[in-house]
Design a protein around this ligand. Sequence first.
Ligand code: TXA
Ligand code: MG
Length: 321
Amino acid sequence: MAVIGQDISQARRVLEAGDLVAIPTETVYGLAGNALNATAVASIFDTKNRPSFDPLIIHVPSLLVAQNYVIEIPEPLRKLAEHFWPGPLTLLLPRATSIPDIVTSGLDRVAVRVPDHPLTLELLAQLDYPLAAPSANPFGYISPTSPQHVDAQLGTRISYILDGGKCKVGLESTIVGMEGNDIVVYRLGGLEISEIERIVGQVKVKSHSTSNPQAPGLLESHYAPSKPFLIGNLDELISKYQSQGIDFAVLSLAKTFSFIPSENQIALSARSNLKEAATHLFAAMRMLDESNTAVILAELMPETGLGRAINDRLKRASTKA
Ligand code: TXA
Ligand code: MG
């Protein structure tokens, strides 16, 4: 299994050797390698079992450093970076030639972000290259929000996990770019749309398409547990599965059910706070996936604030009929 520790020098040594390290961020853990080393980047795809048409985000310690890897930063996106970096925001920017093709799957924009985690920021500041890092999960499975999640699935494939504790946001970054004068959101995430619109005015949301050529990685089926995951009205779903005698687990925003064993139900936030719910979402999906039941039944959140991004993940995790 991988070593889990807080030794930044050790993480740096592994990266210098062209190998991969799992890094903490405020959103989810990343599987990181030297973004300027095409061989290291190739092993990221290999380790995750990720198709090579799905491009990676590069992580840098600051907006200043980001400028080294892009041709320009359109003014509205610069404003967003100034407001929200470090933070759960990824920008799609015209890429400089120093970024290998394999990072962007040949696209002319590169995804860049400054993650908000002290250990990773310190590590990035010590490196003279950016870190390419997708979420540290096997392709298509739920993203990891703790070092233990990473270890459980990729522990035999990597040597070091930098331990930054539990992720405080719990949802991947919001991805934003421009098309002409339009500001476009390609993935709903940990930074709310209303926060973005407060700085740059109205944006277009283009997320959730199976065949969006601008973001080939935003596949509809994703973040999926291994057992059937059904979303709908919980009372109706529960009575349906009860009447069929099928064991189920339940994922709710705040509700609990006295007739369901406590290990088979998780309420994401007793006070219906959507930020708190986001923090717990992926860990809860994993726990219920490991529960001794045949299916997971879940309800959608209110479509406000982070509820929109949570619902995006729940829908992509859900089993298509
Ligand atoms: O919060 C996050 O963004 C985490 C942490 C580790 O930083 N990373 C993450 O990476 O979620 P990943 O690889 O799981 O998701 C990145 C998404 C993919 O869906 C990919 O298609 C999209 O970003 N993406 C990356 N580069 C792109 C590009 N040049 N053009 C369009 N979409 C891009
Ligand atoms: Mg991912």
